[in-house]
Design a protein around this ligand. Structure first.
Ligand code: IMP
Ligand code: MG
Length: 179
């Protein structure tokens, strides 16, 4: 895979479309949670760093920000374990928790992360993603704030990488293999 020759497509999703998505997601989150109670935002590294930075500046409630980095062992076992490469130790008992992710693909990682946070005693655990690839889902996971829905293509930019490249792009492009 790392030896693969590829090009990037024309712009698939523009900076303006992304900005509008951020605004709409933030407005929905602000409407749902109000301005009083603390919201614990769990940002999933590395891909969600840019979306998290934009989203948080549009939220109106008190925010506690934590970062995680995790992977799931793929396969059919949806109750399988999650590998927390980076975890946090803030006590989320009785708190509203919002997971912020770059993209939901199969949904494997997120369904396990969601369960882990519920098991830690959160009052609620919701999911906000910048991009959603529902065609690839292997479970019934659905984001509460699901951003921009895309077809089954591998995308880069706005935090998303291909082999750790192109996270810096302001817009979204598709990785096209050169055969
Ligand atoms: P899943 O939902 O557990 O399959 O994993 C989603 C993770 O895979 C995301 O957080 C991304 O890191 C990565 N991923 C999935 N699709 C893409 C893509 O199109 N571009 C870049 N990363 C992706
Ligand atoms: Mg990721």
């Amino acid at each position: 895979m790392s030896e693969m020759k590829y090009d990037l497509s024309e712009v698939m999703i523009t900076e303006e479309q992304i900005a509008q998505m951020v605004e709409e997601s933030a407005a929905a989150i602000n409407a749902d949670y109000g301005t009083e109670e603390e919201l614990v935002v769990i940002s999933v590294l590395n891909g969600a760093f840019m979306f998290t930075a934009d989203l948080l500046r549009a939220l109106k409630m008190p925010i506690r920000l934590e970062f995680v980095q995790c992977s799931s062992y793929s396969g059919t076992n949806s109750t399988g374990s999650i590998n927390m490469k980076k975890d946090f130790d803030y006590d989320i008992t009785g708190k509203n928790v919002l997971i912020v992710e770059d993209i939901i693909d199969t949904g494997n990682t997120l369904s396990k992360l969601k369960k882990l946070l519920q098991d830690r005693g959160a009052k609620s655990v919701k999911l906000c993603t910048a991009f959603d690839k529902p065609d690839r889902r292997v479970n019934d996971l659905q984001a509460d704030y699901n951003g921009i829905v895309i077809p089954d293509e591998f995308i880069v930019g706005y935090g998303l990488d291909f082999n750790e490249r192109h996270r810096d792009l302001k817009e979204i492009r598709i990785v096209k293999e050169i055969k």
